[in-house]
Design a binder for this molecule. Structure first.
Ligand SMILES: *Cc1c(COP(=O)(O)O)cnc(C)c1O
Length: 394
């Protein structure tokens, strides 16, 4: 008979080699620190105010009316797929067939995972902008692929397009882009996108582009990579309702791409969550159809918050790198005589009751991000004011 308690005796670690480097995310550590010290959390990027009340009501109504309470269709409910296609047409003039070219996912996070798991063979190389959004490296690893960073460097964080050209090898399968870029706030220009597109066509690469901050571009506008010549055929575009409508907990995301690519991504997606967020899908369909005034006011509100936090961080002695998009500001702490962002962020709650995120955890190149710290400004104005007050103690 087996003993009641039988410890696993093997020396082999439980976490496999593919994931061993990815313990817990920095957000867990820093949010726990914020809670323990009663600090203002400018670390994790979630809004402290919910999105439009009528959209929350639409979700309640869907639940009460019995819409989406049971497994929704695998590709997403038709109302949402049609709203996503209409959104791409309305803002970018991009036509997608809601039946064959749109896939609803459990947030952008699942879309990224499913795309990489579906499109990559073990050993394929993926070129991605670093600093990386935190799930990219882990998903590339889960796919057994190899990440090749294209490093964005202070002070401008522009992609080095010659370095991109040099980084492409016969093993490169895919470019993983993110614009507007978290955490640097970089928005790729149409000229930069044109070079990326030219290289993708010339070297026959697939592109997965994460555009969850598409409605948070403060200067110029957002250009989807799929709108460039030759790109629609090879591009998987990913977005989500979380950031645009301030409902990050609903986890409604989507993919738009040609039928063969959508079909490939769906093959992986069906074995991850199968489906998710039934009633919320109906609510997000209504959100996407909100008038332009919603989108304009949302952007203006966050632009004002960006300016408020920029001023406060500058007054506190940090060097601010002006973000063109997203709801993050990256700063350099060297003017304070500090070199190590991680040590700085671990000490910050004790020093002045504010939590931020060290960018170095998003870099393979530890030197490039060592003295950078990221601050989220998707918070109430009074919370940002209080944070700025506290930061004066630096
Ligand atoms: C927040 C975020 C995501 C995740 O989006 P969800 O819809 O919450 O899964 C993906 N990419 C970037 C760059 C993000 O900032």
């Amino acid at each position: 008979m087996a003993p009641m308690s039988a410890p696993v005796n093997s020396d082999r670690p439980f976490l496999n080699r593919r994931l061993a480097a990815f313990g817990t995310t920095i957000f867990a550590e820093m949010s726990a620190l914020a809670a323990r010290t009663g600090s203002i959390n400018l670390g994790q990027g979630f809004p402290d105010t919910d999105g439009p009340a009528e959209i929350a009501e639409a979700a309640v109504r869907a639940i009460r009316d019995g819409r989406g309470n049971q497994y929704p269709p695998g590709p997403g409910v038709p109302e949402l797929r049609e709203a996503i296609a209409a959104h791409q047409q309305r803002f970018y003039g991009l036509g997608y067939d809601p039946d064959t070219e749109v896939l609803v996912t459990a947030g952008a996070t699942e879309a990224i995972a499913a795309a990489l798991l579906a499109l990559l063979e073990p050993g394929d190389e993926v070129i991605a902008l670093e600093p990386f959004y935190d799930s990219y490296a882990a998903c590339i690893a889960m796919a057994g692929a190899v990440r090749v960073p294209l490093t964005l460097r202070a002070p401008d964080f522009r992609p080095d397009l010659d370095a991109l050209r040099d980084a492409i090898t016969p093993r490169t399968r895919l470019l993983l882009l993110n614009t507007p870029h978290n955490p640097t706030g970089t928005v790729l220009t149409p000229e930069e996108l044109a070079v990326v597109a030219e290289l993708a066509v010339e070297r026959d690469l697939l592109v997965v582009t994460d555009e969850v901050y598409e409605h948070l571009v403060f200067e110029g506008g957002h250009t989807p990579l799929a709108s460039l010549p030759g790109m629609r055929e090879r591009t998987v575009t990913i977005s989500s309702a979380g950031k645009t409508f301030s409902f990050t907990g609903w986890k409604v995301g989507w993919v738009t791409a040609p039928p063969a690519l959508v079909s490939a991504v769906r093959s992986a997606k069906q074995f991850l969550t199968y489906v998710s967020s039934g009633p919320f899908q109906y609510a997000v369909a209504e959100a996407l159809a909100l008038p332009d005034a919603y989108y304009t006011a949302f952007r203006a509100d966050l632009a004002a918050k960006r300016d408020l936090l920029t001023e406060g961080l500058t007054a506190a002695g940090l060097r601010v790198f002006h973000p063109q998009g997203t709801y993050f500001i990256t700063t350099d702490i060297s003017p304070l005589g500090e070199k190590d962002g991680l040590a700085f962020c671990r000490a910050l709650p004790e020093r002045c009751g504010v939590v931020a995120i060290p960018n170095q955890v998003f870099y393979d190149d530890q030197e490039a991000g060592a003295s950078q710290v990221r601050w989220a400004f998707c918070k109430k104005t009074e919370v940002l004011r209080e944070a700025v007050d506290r930061l004066r103690a630096l």
